[in-house]
Write a protein that binds this ligand. Structure first.
Ligand SMILES: Cc1ncc(COP(=O)(O)O)c(C=O)c1O
Length: 410
């Protein structure tokens, strides 16, 4: 194993926290006492600003403003204004993002539009891709009569070179956290005459993204993970500025219409990425996200991403010392904001950790995931969490029917 640049004692970890250039960001979070939260890659914690903004949107704008708030509180513009706040985090232009729907729906819209743009009837998805991405690809192929090609992990890029196709691909894999090379995939897509639809769900807020420099054409992503937008927070669509007008959303809802309140009979899409909006936006969720994004104000994503790498290195090193197999890349440059570790009884181990106040998560069949959201996770948190993992494994406290009983959500 390469020598990792990690603290060797709790004191070292404390020193790193004192030196942490993004340490102030933690103050934005309303974290419960006594909990070490290593699950921000699944559901980011509440921020004070998000809670305040929801209260304001519900208690004032809705309760007092009523329907007037669509105009007075500019609710109608929120999908675009919140989208523009995401631009810096994605390395995009403010008018290239619209907040709407879920990732699943947005992937469907983009993949359908991409198929038409490229004139292809082939959709590619990797077997290791997040399930919803695979299901959307399958569903779209089913209703469009396109051919679905499932390829092995990281084989999408070769398939793109071979034929014109639409590839749906995560920038950071949900299980391994392996980072895909956006520019290399875009080059392959250009060579084969295809398009990549990127899923940024595990990437935004964890790695230093530059969609413009990487040459990305289109992407969707969620906001409830590293962006801390709240449970079920709306997703977003990114389309490179000059491409949006060439694309047709298959869900031509009125919010993507150029003049929704003209009540025209026919559909005229808006000019830019906003054509991918479909129906009425969920204002309370948008307000929460609007507030949550304030946590990133003044944060240099290069520094935040570097911190996530170093925190991840700590998990890698300690897990290896405990004799566990790390299924995430050991090389931090290839890894996003979480580390996955294999254990046959990983579910029960994670439940035993949660009972001790260390919240991580589990992905079937055997991956324990430890998220290292750089804005609020401290070096001492990872140090203590790994101590707890060592204790749980050494003592065998995980080995009970209670901890093995699977809940609906893992
Ligand atoms: C990579 C990835 N894509 C998509 C989703 C889910 O998308 P949604 O529920 O917003 O449709 C998740 C959820 O964890 C995910 O990890």
């Amino acid at each position: 194993m390469a020598t990792l640049n990690i603290p060797r004692s709790r004191k070292d970890a404390e020193a790193l926290d004192l030196d942490d250039p993004v340490q102030d960001a933690r103050k934005a979070f309303a974290l419960p006492e006594g909990v070490i939260y290593l699950d921000g890659h699944s559901l980011g914690p509440a921020t004070h600003a998000a809670l305040k903004r929801v209260q304001e949107a519900a208690g004032k704008e809705w309760a007092n403003g009523l329907i007037r708030s669509w105009n007075d509180a500019r609710w109608i513009d929120l999908p675009a204004t919140v989208g523009s706040r995401l631009a810096g985090l994605l390395g995009a232009q403010p008018d290239e993002i619209i907040v709407c729907d879920s990732v699943s729906v947005n992937l469907f819209k983009l993949a359908a539009a991409a198929m038409k743009l490229a004139g292809t009837r082939t959709i590619i998805v990797e077997e290791s891709e997040f399930p919803t991405d695979q299901y959307v690809a399958e569903g779209l192929a089913g209703i469009s009569g396109a051919t679905l090609k499932r390829v092995g992990e990281d084989k999408g890029i070769d398939a793109l070179r071979r034929e014109s196709a639409v590839l749906i691909k995560s920038v950071v894999n949900y299980r391994t956290a392996r980072i895909a090379d956006i520019a290399a995939h875009e080059d392959a897509a250009k060579a084969g005459g295809g398009v990549v639809v990127w899923d940024l769900s595990h990437a935004a807020g964890a790695i230093d993204l530059d969609l413009t420099a990487s040459g990305a054409w289109m992407a969707a992503g969620c906001t409830y993970k590293f962006l801390n937008g709240g449970p079920g927070a709306p997703a977003y669509v990114f389309v490179r500025g000059d491409l949006a007008v060439k694309l047709e959303s298959p869900i031509s809802g009125w919010m993507g219409h150029a003049r929704p309140f003209a009540f025209d009979a026919g559909y005229t899409p808006r000019l830019g990425v906003a054509r991918f909006a479909s129906g009425t936006p969920g204002i309370l969720s948008l307000a929460a996200l609007d507030g949550a994004l304030a946590a990133f104000d003044g944060v240099d994503m290069r520094m935040a991403a570097a911190k996530a790498q170093r925190l991840g290195d700590m998990v890698v090193a300690r897990a290896q010392t405990l004799g566990l197999e790390v299924i995430s890349p050991v090389d931090a440059a290839q890894r996003g904001g979480h580390v996955s570790v294999r254990h046959a009884e990983g579910y029960a181990v994670v439940q035993a950790l949660i009972a001790r106040g260390v919240i991580a998560d589990f992905r079937a069949p055997d991956a324990m995931r430890f998220g290292v959201s750089p804005l609020f996770v401290r070096y001492v948190d990872v140090w203590d969490a790994m101590d707890a993992l060592g204790d749980v494994l050494a003592s065998g406290v995980w080995d009970t029917t209670e901890f093995k009983k699977r809940a609906a959500v893992t």
